[in-house]
Write a protein that binds this ligand. Structure first.
Ligand SMILES: NC(=O)c1ccc[n+]([C@@H]2O[C@H](COP(=O)([O-])OP(=O)(O)OC[C@H]3O[C@@H](n4cnc5c(N)ncnc54)[C@H](O)[C@@H]3O)[C@@H](O)[C@H]2O)c1
Length: 371
């Protein structure tokens, strides 16, 4: 069992990420080595129904080390990312008389991580949390940075995503690469979009590594993923350590996301978040070329890498450019009605552009196939 440990220096909340294979079965010893007590501790495991077997193994390791455990199995749909699910985790904690020394383990993709993280942040005003991400997206993105939350139902019955939540840093994040073996290929590739985004922010070394590994990554090769996860997660860890509450550089992580969110919310497309981010990154790169910020050759490299990762780079069906543009105006990152885009300047540099020229935005939307 080889492990890579990455320190995440969040001010006042230093934490770390451990990446390796077969870690879920040895969770108790990994936690102990990170200074997290297990023996005689009450541990509530909130797990995604699709990783129930791995969660059972983790639970056995914790029991063998002397923990009293309770397990809640949750379904990972955005409808179920609700206060009801959080209440189920609180009830499980109460059923084993969990006090303030208790610990919540979130085992699943970003959805379960957000839910269980919020339950940990609020149970008895906050108990310890360990994240055990089981999707690529959660390993390199969602499980790092301490954002937790649930969706709320809006008055018209639609879902308002992540409208209630808290910043709550995990004590430890454990990414077991072997859990990715069961992740559907489409979900895996969606996670690769965030990795490409991190590589564009970070620079040539990571970008080239992804270019050379792309065929293996898109097919779920665990050795290639074991190389990628620590490198990609480090990019997010470094940025959130500098800006834990999203007041500055953390906005860089929204590269491709303003276009992406506006595409993702188009109901006719049925795109996963990562797929919309991939198309959004192509649009952002094209917009940057139009504004004279990015060389066309770099934009082409970004598009080629996304394509090599098995991701879409244009809209899968015709969509109105005007409708997408209108939704971009409502992006929560727009300040006082001014559109703000995170755009690449090169492989390794991004810039926040306020009120970009409308023609550049329209050309970018046309480039991804919006009409
Ligand atoms: N907190 C943050 O900073 C942050 C960042 C990005 C996204 N998010 C949130 O994360 C969620 C998306 O996360 P995600 O992309 O990880 O998807 P997800 O958690 O919705 O999981 C996707 C699917 O994969 C299944 N699954 C998970 N692990 C599996 C495995 N190892 N084997 C088989 N199936 C598995 C799940 O059951 C689900 O069906 C959204 O709710 C989003 O709001 C949070």
């Amino acid at each position: 069992m080889t492990e890579t440990r990455i320190a995440i220096d969040i001010p006042d909340h230093p934490t770390s990420l451990v990446v390796g294979r077969g870690l879920s079965s040895n969770l108790a010893s990994i936690m102990s080595r990170a200074g997290i007590a297990v023996s005689n501790r009450t541990v509530v495991i909130a797990c995604d129904a699709n990783v129930a077997t791995q969660a059972e193994r983790a639970e056995s390791s914790l029991r063998a080390a002397g923990a009293a455990t309770a397990r809640v199995v949750l379904s990972a749909t955005e409808r179920d990312k609700s206060m009801d699910a959080v209440a189920r985790i609180w009830s499980a904690a109460l059923s084993v008389k969990a006090d303030r020394s208790a610990l919540v383990i979130a085992m699943g993709g970003g959805l379960i991580g957000d839910l269980a993280g919020f339950a940990a942040a609020t149970y008895l005003r906050g108990v310890d949390l360990v994240q055990v991400p089981t999707t690529l997206l959660a390993m390199v993105d969602a499980a790092i940075g301490g954002k937790t939350g649930v969706n709320l139902t809006l008055p018209d019955g639609s879902l308002g995503k992540n409208l209630a939540g808290a910043f709550w840093q995990p004590k430890l994040t454990v990414a077991d690469i072997e859990t990715l073996a069961t992740l559907p290929r489409r979900e895996l590739r969606a996670g690769l979009a965030e990795c490409v985004k991190h590589a564009v922010i970070d620079g040539e070394q990571l970008f080239r590594a992804m270019e050379s590994d792309a065929p293996r990554l898109s097919e779920g090769d665990l050795a290639a993923l074991e190389r990628l996860v620590p490198a990609s997660a480090t990019v997010k860890a470094r940025i959130v350590s500098r800006d834990p509450f999203e007041r500055g550089d953390r906005a860089w992580l929204n590269l491709g996301h303003t276009f992406g969110h506006a595409i993702e919310t188009e109901p006719s497309l049925e795109l996963l978040h990562g797929e919309a981010v991939a198309i959004g990154c192509v649009a952002a790169a094209r917009c940057a070329v139009e504004l004279g910020l990015l060389a066309a050759t770099d934009a082409a490299r970004i598009e080629r890498l996304l394509c090599a990762c098995g991701l879409p780079t244009t809209l899968p069906a015709p969509v109105s450019a005007a409708a997408v543009r209108e939704r971009m105006a409502y992006d929560k990152k727009s300040a006082h009605g001014t559109l703000r885009l995170v755009l690449p300047r090169s492989i390794g540099a991004v810039e926040i552009v306020a009120a970009p020229a409308e023609q550049a935005v329209r050309t970018a939307l046309a480039a991804i196939g919006a009409r």
